[in-house]
Design a protein around this ligand. Structure first.
Ligand code: AMP
Length: 215
């Protein structure tokens, strides 16, 4: 199963990508996670990416495309993968088509999770993430354990720099300008399936399951 997941920042893409990766036993490739891990480890790539991420802007294509191209060529991607956060521009989508062509592969489905901007702003303002395992929380809807620690690994839970309000507004604007045109791009291919992101994560998971054919 070869899947691309589309959706605005805060639409719940990451959570659903983890589900899909478990259901189909396929690797979850998140460009955002790759950048964050490089930032944490202080690599050159991390330093470069941070300049853009902290401003709510996209990391330049020439950096991002090579990372994905290298990752997709690894053997664990032969039976499938779920791309979360890539492509984010029409140019990246065209490059992805080229990479897949070279691999003799095609996408099975592009899943688009739709959530209104007003909802995203509420969600992201309250979003917290674990500094160790990356588990996501929300201060109201899905709070971490007592003392602001992760229920999964016990590490401290924080607000991501790019989840601050001004950055969220910039990320939304970047999404509408640069990423939303991908909906039309994949509609033309007849690959697009849209689900409405629900307030409750389990309800969204059910919609995603149904959209992918029941699982
Ligand atoms: P995410 O966790 O997917 O929301 O990604 C966090 C940030 O990483 C984004 O706001 C971008 O700055 C950067 N990023 C992630 N994926 C891409 C991509 N495909 N192209 C450019 N920048 C990206």
């Amino acid at each position: 199963m070869k899947v691309v997941l589309l959706g605005a920042p805060g639409s719940g893409k990451g959570t659903q990508a983890v589900n899909i990766s478990e259901w189909y036993k396929i690797p979850h490739i998140s460009t955002g996670d790759i950048f964050r891990s490089n930032i944490k480890n202080g690599t050159e790539l991390g330093k470069k990416a941070k300049e853009y991420i902290d401003k709510g802007l996209l990391v330049p294509d020439e950096v991002t495309i090579d990372i994905v191209s290298d990752r997709l060529k690894q053997s664990d991607c032969e039976k499938g993968f779920i791309l979360d956060g890539f492509p984010r521009t029409v140019y990246q989508a065209e490059k992805l088509d080229e990479i897949l062509n070279e691999m003799g592969a095609t996408l099975d489905v592009v899943l688009n999770i739709e959530v209104p901007d007003s909802e995203i702003i509420t969600r992201m303002g309250g979003r917290r993430v674990c500094t160790k395992c990356g588990m996501s929380y929300h201060v109201v809807f899905n709070p971490p354990a007592e003392g602001n620690v992760c229920k999964n690994c016990g590490e401290v839970v924080i607000q991501r720099e790019d989840d601050r309000e001004e950055t969220v507004l910039q990320r939304l604007s970047t999404y509408h300008k640069q990423t939303e045109p991908l909906i039309e791009y994949y509609e033309k291919d007849n690959k697009l399936v849209t689900v409405e992101g629900q307030d409750n994560i389990d309800d969204t998971t059910s919609c995603v399951k149904k959209a992918l054919g029941g699982m």
